[in-house]
Design a protein around this ligand. Structure first.
Ligand SMILES: Nc1ncnc2c1ncn2[C@@H]1O[C@H](COP(=O)(O)OP(=O)(O)OP(=O)(O)O)[C@@H](O)[C@H]1O
Ligand SMILES: [Mg+2]
Length: 360
């Protein structure tokens, strides 16, 4: 197994008669041997372009990509030991499922018996044993996606690239396949990049997560770091479900003043001279409490009971933006009801309003 290094990788699409698109702008990343990195970002941010450059399906405009210390730039895809499973499957219609899975292996010169054993093993793990003789045309999109995944894994690549590999699966299949994928990846030690716009998938599967926006890497870190210690407003808002509450206010000696009637405590080394700041609080950190500790009295606008927990949308006095609070199970709140609300200084995030940079 090998490590994968990207240095200042860039991609500009130039299409005649159309404006240039700077899809990837200086991507730096070191993926350790055997590591699974989740690449997370909104639609159009450059995730697939990055994977396609690693696979050799797209030229780089600049920068270097190396696997095991060897530059891949300029090598055709088949000369790179990289397994890919992209969202659009790219299965061969005349071949059976078993033949599709074995395809990459044949190209790499494995023996027939070896191929059959490996296909059976991988198919079993990914839940394809019953359909090995079927042709792609007769499969559901979830089955096709699993065949593409099995084919990428079966050829035992040095690097595995997965672009939304679970997107066509239903919720139950996705859970099972996600676990099996992680198990396979760990057992076989593939250096893996998994692209997803599903943050739960990235946070639950990956050793480290890369958050990308508009062609630029925003932050690289373990799922805990990305969730607990975001470097900017983009990462803070993009990661977390339901999303972090974001409120504008002014920083002074007492905390962040959200309205003349409401100041919430913050911990920061920033100078507190009545400057504009943006404050973030996750729904699970907006606490409904007994009157003793409350910072404000909020009015419930909407209450959603999600069984495992509840979500209350709350209006705070003098504050335009409504706040979402995650509440304990078994609670029922009614619209119009008032609730004492507390914010704790070690659970609020502070950001520069203009740049979105985190203030500490
Ligand atoms: N072949 C192409 N020619 C021109 N522009 C392209 C091409 N492929 C992608 N783009 C543009 O490059 C940008 C990045 O696209 P990319 O497909 O990498 O995004 P993505 O993060 O994978 O998005 P999604 O989550 O929707 O799959 C987008 O603005 C897209 O329109
Ligand atoms: Mg994509």
């Amino acid at each position: 197994m090998s490590d994968l290094v990207l240095r200042d990788v860039r991609k500009t699409y130039r299409t005649k008669g159309r404006p240039e698109v700077e899809a990837v702008r200086g991507f730096d990343l070191e993926v350790n041997s055997g590591e699974l990195v989740g690449l997370l970002g909104p639609s159009g941010c450059g995730k697939s372009t990055t994977l396609r450059m690693i696979a050799g399906l797209e030229d780089v405009t600049g920068g270097d990509i190396a696997v095991g210390g060897r530059s891949m730039v300029g090598l055709p895809p088949q000369k790179r030991s990289i397994g890919v499973a992209f969202e659009n499957y790219a299965l061969y219609p005349p071949l059976t499922v078993a033949e599709n899975i074995a395809f990459g292996m044949r190209a790499r010169g494995h023996r027939k018996a070896e191929r059959a054993a490996r296909v059976a093993d991988v198919a079993g793990r990914i839940g394809l044993s019953d359909i090995l003789d079927a042709h792609p045309a007769g499969l559901s999109s979830g089955q096709k996606q699993r065949v593409a995944l099995a084919r990428a894994v079966a050829r035992e690549p040095e690097v595995l690239l997965l672009d939304e590999p679970l997107s066509h699966l239903d919720a139950a299949q996705r859970d099972v396949t996600r676990r099996e994928l992680r198990h396979l990846q760990q057992e076989l030690g593939y250096t893996t990049i998994l692209v997803t716009h599903d943050q739960e998938e990235a946070l639950s599967l990956a050793d480290r997560v890369v958050v990308m926006n508009d062609g630029v890497v925003q932050q690289v870190g373990t799922p805990d770091v990305i969730y607990d210690d975001p470097v900017n407003l983009f990462v803070a808002q993009f990661v977390g479900e339901p999303a972090m509450n974001i409120l504008d206010g002014r920083l002074d000696d007492d905390g962040v003043r959200l309205s003349p009637d409401l100041t919430i405590p913050v911990r920061t080394r920033e100078p507190r001279h009545d400057r504009a700041v943006t404050v973030g609080v996750r729904p699970e950190d907006v606490t409904l409490t007994g009157a003793a500790e409350a910072h404000a009295t909020g009015t419930v606008v909407v209450y959603e009971d999600l069984q495992e927990y509840g979500l209350a949308t709350i209006e705070l006095p003098g504050v335009d933006t409504r706040v979402v609070a995650q509440t304990a199970p078994g609670l029922t709140l009614n619209p119009g009801e008032t609730q004492p609300i507390a914010f704790y200084s070690d659970r609020t995030y502070l950001f520069e309003t203009h740049t979105g940079e985190r203030l500490r």
